[in-house]
Design a protein. Structure first.
Length: 67
């Protein structure tokens, strides 16, 4: 016999939030991580171009790829 959910229970979605670049920079500073001017420029360019998250990741990978 299949189990049924008790009435009155709600299914909760995982909640999350997005922090901005400035807030992320402050959090990273606590960890000792600093953005270089090149990193800041790349992030600004990606935002200006409207890149998706995947496109932005690919831009980062290309910038660190050897040869």
């Amino acid at each position: 016999m299949p189990k049924t959910k008790p009435s009155g229970t709600k299914v909760r979605k995982k909640s999350g939030f997005v922090i901005g670049r400035d807030s992320f920079g402050k959090i990273s500073a606590v960890e000792g991580i600093r953005l270089t001017p090149a990193m800041k420029k790349r992030a600004t360019d990606a935002e200006r171009k409207g890149l998706s998250a995947e496109e932005y990741r690919q831009t980062i990978v290309r910038s660190y790829r050897k040869g």
